[in-house]
Design a protein around this ligand. Structure first.
Ligand SMILES: NC(=O)c1ccc[n+]([C@@H]2O[C@H](COP(=O)([O-])OP(=O)(O)OC[C@H]3O[C@@H](n4cnc5c(N)ncnc54)[C@H](OP(=O)(O)O)[C@@H]3O)[C@@H](O)[C@H]2O)c1
Length: 241
């Protein structure tokens, strides 16, 4: 029988984070999900079930993050799935304040959370960052996202060495059908997804569960560290990377 572990999923009230929390909860683990919105957390806790609780925090606030870890106890596995949305668009028109906002929304929260978590992580546990295929795939209009996610991905190998035996990995998703896309009107989103599915080797965009399975595997495999795992359905290959 597996021992119960404490798993924290930052950004666990929606999309990839929620599916990941559900995968760990199904193993009987104690799962803490975080997010900024109380209602979203409460609804996700109900959907996930098991030993899941919700903790409200804004990953943009150092004080919120410190307060969380002050009461977290020892954590076996930390998943950082906090999303940002700013920073995309054709480079010639990219507003640099918008790009900076992208770093504020994703790069700094992930780094800030990881740094604050260190004293509270079991040394034989794991951290998994959620980055994005835009880090290395040559999708036009994603240079800003490449900078944000590439910066995170490039930290993974040195951190895996420096923080060992704690394991540090990342999953780099392609396009995944989550509420992150709700900002795009339904008809436009469907046509975008259909177009992407047609050029993706597996013939579809991803589901949150596709990424949750990859994160779950990385956390559970004690022989994998320093890895950035592409989970894109092959979309990055189709672009000629
Ligand atoms: N969906 C895709 O196509 C895709 C592709 C590649 C990479 N990714 C990456 O995957 C990760 C998860 O994205 P997703 O698609 O699952 O997005 P999502 O469905 O929008 O979920 C994002 C989660 O993060 C929380 N969150 C956002 N900002 C936060 C903040 N400042 N502090 C605390 N919690 C915050 C949200 O809750 P609240 O809003 O209540 O705070 C929610 O729980 C992101 O890093 C995203 O960049 C997504």
């Amino acid at each position: 029988m597996t021992t119960t572990q404490r798993v924290v999923v930052m950004g666990g009230s929606s999309g990839i984070g929620e599916a990941t929390a559900a995968a760990f909860a199904a193993d009987g683990h104690e799962v803490i999900i975080t997010g900024r919105t109380r209602d979203k957390l409460d609804a996700a806790v109900l959907r996930i079930g098991g030993k899941t609780t919700g903790y409200q925090l804004d990953a943009g606030s150092q004080a919120d993050i410190d307060a969380f870890f002050a009461q977290s106890g020892t954590i076996d596995h930390l998943v950082i799935s906090v999303s940002g949305s700013a920073g995309s668009g054709p480079f010639a028109e990219l507003d640099l304040d918008h790009l900076a906002e992208g770093f504020t929304g994703k790069f700094w929260p992930q780094v800030r959370i990881l740094k604050a978590a260190l004293p509270h992580l079991d040394s034989h546990g794991s951290v998994t960052l959620v980055t994005a295929a835009s880090a290395r795939a040559a999708f036009a209009g994603t240079a800003g996202l490449a900078a944000i996610n590439g910066a995170l991905e490039s930290m993974v190998p040195p951190l895996a060495v420096e923080l060992a035996p704690l394991r540090i990995n990342a999953v780099s998703p392609g396009v995944i059908d989550t509420p992150w896309w709700d900002r795009v009107p339904e008809a436009q989103r469907q046509s975008l997804f259909d177009g992407l599915a047609a050029t993706t080797p597996v013939g579809r965009v991803g589901h949150p569960e596709d990424i949750a399975k990859a994160i779950h595997m990385l956390a559970n495999n004690g022989f994998i560290t320093g890895l950035v795992l592409d989970a894109t359905g092959g979309a990055n290959l189709a672009t000629g990377r």
